[in-house]
Design a binder for this molecule. Structure first.
Ligand SMILES: [Fe+2]
Length: 460
């Protein structure tokens, strides 16, 4: 028999039941300002209606109940079809672009479904500790909660696409700039231990478990195993690329000059007539940015990180600037080396979990990027700032398995190892307990609705 304490130690949190409650509640908090009509609309093929996220995150837990709860009867065949995302192993499903083509299940029915799953899951979690397979089940429940946190972030992207400044987000005041961040950090090459694992000090390179914190020793299979790579000496920007710098690229004719673009990028520029990042618009010849807080002159946001650019645009900018994007190994080294200890740490600032003073993550409730230089307390040993939070950072690395990769869950990460690029560091929409320096996010190179920006690197 496995005791709750033993399992909690394995799962890495004092109470999986508490974590379950907290994460599930936050999804509904994010949606709270929505009107009923907002829940079912799909504004683009790549986004999903909020009602779908609410049901899908519950569907994920229903698959756990189906597999591990003896005698569990599915809630509804129709829901299994509508709320499955892409899992072949769980049967047929609605095509993604059609998620917004039906009004049923209704929002009320979806919420009732969610409540049903929560009741079942609460009882199920309580009963699990006596089972021989408790460890397996609890790690899948944990995966379900990390999955839900990923959908919380997607909800923010999708609500922005759907409503943008019409959404009544509970916006907290943005932090103020506290430091000037300039230049590039020189990082020495050599052997580097890439990925999640136990460090030389016996610490795991993940958030420290703290009382009351929902962070803990969790990492996705795609961050493992930690393995040795060789890096050349390199330089990396201490700051994210700003709107001001990006505007210079635009004014220099960046979007009109094929020389800066990959072929796929130039094709997109021509086909989609890209002239600026997503959510930029022109007002009497002046560039404006629309975000959750309203419509603003870019001139008033020059010192903010550029966001909603694709990998293709980030690469074009870097080439124009005489630089390049970092590889994910370069990014990780610049983010997490402790020079004193000569080892990896969980975050740029050390092993302590993120807080208000170190990074702009979802709990800050800023619902937007913070000015460059707002988080000197969160800088890395190399003086790189805002590596955690604000915007996901495009890297030049292809999203592929690390050597020695072992899939821990079918169809979760392993089926996406083709054609996508790795992003690092989290955004203002990422929950605090969901991010770490080794986290590998991935999107297609042309995607712009993701809250993504970049910093550049250079050979030494
Ligand atoms: Fe999902």
């Amino acid at each position: 028999m496995t005791s709750e304490a033993q399992v909690a130690a394995v799962v890495g949190t004092t109470s999986i039941a508490d974590l379950y409650q907290q994460v599930r509640a936050r999804t509904l908090e994010i949606c709270a300002p929505l009107e009923i009509e907002d829940y079912v609309v799909q504004t683009a093929e790549f986004m999903s209606p909020p009602r779908w996220h609410i049901g899908h995150t519950s569907w994920f837990f229903e698959t756990v109940l189906q597999k591990y709860q003896p005698g569990y009867q599915p809630y509804s065949e129709e829901f299994l079809f509508y709320f499955n995302s892409y899992y072949e192993g769980f049967g047929p499903r609605i095509e993604r672009p059609k998620r917004g083509t039906r009004s049923r299940p209704t929002v009320r029915e979806t919420l009732r479904y969610r409540q049903h799953i929560d009741e079942q899951m609460s009882r199920f979690i309580e009963s699990v500790f006596d089972r021989d397979d408790a460890e397996t089940i609890l790690s899948i429940v944990r995966l379900g909660l990390e999955h839900e946190m990923q959908h919380q972030e997607l909800l923010v992207y999708d609500i922005k696409h759907l409503l943008c400044d019409q959404f009544d987000a509970p916006i907290a005041p943005a932090p103020v700039q506290r430091a000037n961040v300039t230049g590039m950090a020189e990082v020495e090459g050599g052997l580097f231990e890439l990925g999640y694992g136990i460090t030389g000090n016996g610490r795991s390179s993940s958030p420290t478990v703290r009382e009351g914190s929902i962070g803990s020793e969790f990492a996705f299979d795609n961050e493992k195993p930690q393995h040795t790579v060789f890096l050349q000496d390199f330089l990396i920007d201490r700051a994210l690329v700003s709107n001001s710098e990006y505007l210079e690229f635009m004014r220099a004719g960046g979007y009109q000059d094929f020389r800066w673009w990959h072929s796929a990028g130039w094709e997109k520029v021509s086909q989609e007539q890209w002239q600026a990042p997503l959510y930029w618009e022109q007002n009497d010849g002046e560039w404006m940015i629309r975000d959750f807080a309203g419509l603003h002159r870019v001139a008033d946001k020059l010192n903010e990180p550029v966001s909603h650019v694709s990998f293709l645009e980030a690469s074009a900018y870097a080439k124009w600037a005489g630089k390049r994007l970092p590889t994910e190994a370069e990014w990780e080294k610049a983010a997490c080396i402790s020079r004193e200890l000569n080892s990896k740490q969980a975050f740029p600032w050390g092993d302590g979990v993120p807080d208000q003073s170190k990074a702009n993550l979802f709990e800050n409730q800023v619902w937007g990027v913070a000015q460059i230089g707002s988080f000197p307390a969160g800088q890395s040993a190399y003086g790189c700032q805002q590596m955690i939070g604000d915007v996901w950072e495009w890297t030049t690395s292809d999203y592929a398995p690390y050597p020695g990769f072992k899939s821990e869950f079918d169809e979760y990460n392993d089926k996406w190892f083709v054609g996508q690029k790795v992003l690092r560091g989290g955004s203002f929409a990422t929950p605090r307990s969901h991010i770490r320096v080794t986290y590998r996010n991935f999107f297609y190179p042309q995607e712009r609705w993701v809250i993504a920006g970049f910093r550049c690197a250079k050979d030494a």
